[in-house]
Design a protein around this ligand. Structure first.
Ligand code: BGC
Length: 523
């Protein structure tokens, strides 16, 4: 019997209850803040008035590099701490907390009078972006019906790419405030930094109206509220059998976790000790470890396919392939941003129809072929770009194709998979670790790319190609398909390797629930 609430893909989105679309769009503003704050700085860094205000920064490339990276380091910390925070405060309140931190960080940046203020402001904003980057996909995946989970979590990536794109064009426009060069007004860079408070406030206030995640409610033993929320967001009556079945699955998973904890940590009263053990389990329990490995490898590979090498250093790359002049900046960052944004749409429309694996595999091929062609053209024409402008343009086209292949595939899947793989008690912690890994890898790529471009030149693209190949092989052989699988049913995908004891316990929980046996008739 078909237990889905509706069709997958764009048809499902068209029929989704408006409340689902509203909370998803609102939560994905978290992605906009992420993309905007990450993207805004490259334009700000090259503004004359910014250089005049912070001459030390303008003349020191290492310091500049640190200023870009301090955000990613802050974000790593934010993603890691937000696991326990979002368990304790709820996903919803941790979004509000993160936006408050973000506004503080943005105001400090926009009002900066000296270098420490800029650094501290970016580090604070980084912490909040890290928090949001971990909790938004978690929240969306806990709220989404299985047939739309991929699409709705992909909205986070759409938000990120929208943020990157908008930041570029705002920088582009405000750079003219007061005129060029000496005349440029401080508003040219203060305004884009201050503007990011607007979406943050919208998100912060909007979150007050968001429902709690039913899975979090169940984790806190608030079953009645979980039922009401589910009925509201699925837009079906409370006695709808699909809803009852979903609630039971969520409940069973929650009881299962609680009983396992009670048994494993019998006599341990300290919540902190239990939390530490739950972190440790992620590394030591084979079935959890397997999931963590998938979630983290996905992040590392995503970053090492070279996305941020292009996002951060596009102007340098385009100049190095012989494309110079006024149009370079536009092409470099502007077009990259537009393609990244537009190509996220296919993911939203098809993620739940094609599945994660198919999308990752085709994305790996697209990214790999593009990197291969860019690297090879670069190697052949590296000393004669001036005479071969068309070779430079061909490289540009394949860089755009790389971006397109990234955007519809691993750009989105990396947010979806971690949040759907884990059982309730470990979920938020594991997602925090995975997204923390993303930020750490982002930091490393940001650090090594300029050096690689300067030393091994075209070899940089072969280096990124190697990770596209690794992605293909690894996904093909080792990553299971998670499309449409209920979060609570993920255990089955990992071979039920919680052991016979666990399986028996789950069965016993189902039996203890009178409704469960009725519902099994539908299976
Ligand atoms: C990555 C970011 C990247 C962005 C670009 C995200 O999925 O995690 O590091 O800047 O995509 O679209």
């Amino acid at each position: 019997m078909d237990t889905a609430y509706g069709p997958p893909g764009y048809r499902g989105l068209l029929h989704a209850p408006p409340i689902v679309i509203v909370f998803s769009l609102l939560a994905s503003i978290g992605g906009v803040l992420f993309g905007y704050d990450q993207g805004v700085i490259s334009g700000v860094l090259v503004m004359d008035n910014f250089a005049k205000t912070f001459p030390k920064l303008a003349n020191d490339t290492t310091l500049k590099g640190w200023m870009v990276s301090v955000l990613t380091l802050g974000a790593m910390v934010g993603a890691l701490i937000n696991g326990p925070v979002s368990d304790r405060l709820s996903r919803r309140w941790s979004i509000t907390l993160a936006t408050t931190v973000f506004v503080v960080g943005s105001i400090i940046q926009a009002a900066a009078q000296n270098l420490p203020m800029i650094f501290v402001g970016r580090a604070i904003a980084g912490v909040s972006i890290g928090m949001l980057s971990m909790v938004v996909p978690l929240y969306l995946s806990e709220m989404a019906p299985p047939n739309l989970r991929g699409a709705l979590v992909s909205l986070q990536q759409l938000g990120i790419t929208l943020g990157i794109m908008v930041a570029f064009w705002i920088d582009y426009g405000t750079a003219y405030i007061g005129g060029n060069g000496e005349n440029q007004s401080p508003a040219a860079w203060r305004l884009p930094l201050a503007l990011q408070c607007i979406p943050a406030v919208i998100l912060g206030v909007g979150t007050l109206f968001l429902p709690y995640s039913p899975r979090w409610l169940m984790l806190k033993d608030r079953e009645e509220e979980a039922l009401k929320t589910l009925a509201r967001i699925r837009r079906v009556p409370e006695n709808d059998w699909r809803l009852q079945r979903e609630l039971l699955e969520i409940k069973a998973a929650s009881i299962f976790d609680r009983e396992t904890v009670a048994e494993k940590y019998a006599g341990v009263n300290s919540k902190f000790k239990i939390m530490v053990s739950q972190y440790t389990e992620l590394f030591t329990d084979p079935h959890l470890n397997k999931r963590l490995l998938i979630a983290c490898l996905l992040q590392i590979i995503q970053q090492f396919t070279g996305i941020n090498a292009i996002i951060y250093y596009a102007p340098t790359i385009f100049q190095s392939i012989g494309l110079s002049g006024n149009s370079v900046d536009l092409l470099a960052t502007g077009v990259v941003g537009i393609i990244d944004f537009l190509c996220t749409f296919p993911a939203i429309m098809f993620m739940d129809r094609w599945g994660r694996k198919g999308i990752l595999l085709s994305g790996a091929v697209g990214m790999g072929v593009s990197q291969l062609i860019v690297a090879t053209i670069y190697a052949v024409y590296q000393n004669s770009w001036a005479e071969h402008t068309s070779a430079g343009w061909a490289c540009a086209v394949f860089i755009w194709l790389y971006i397109a292949s990234f955007a519809y595939s691993i750009g989105c899947v990396n947010w979806i998979m971690p949040s759907e793989l884990f059982p309730p008690a470990n979920r938020a912690k594991a997602v925090g670790i995975a997204i923390g890994t993303n930020w750490l890898s982002n930091f490393i790529v940001g650090l090594i790319t300029p050096r690689m471009l300067a030393s091994i030149k075209f070899g940089t693209f072969y280096f990124f190609l190697a990770f596209c190949i690794i992605l293909f092989v690894w996904v093909y052989f080792f990553v299971p398909e998670t499309k449409g699988v209920r979060i609570e049913e993920m255990d089955k995908l990992f071979g039920g390797n919680q052991g016979e004891l666990d399986v028996n316990r789950m069965e016993a929980i189902r039996q203890r629930n009178p409704e469960a046996s009725d519902l099994s008739a539908f299976e």
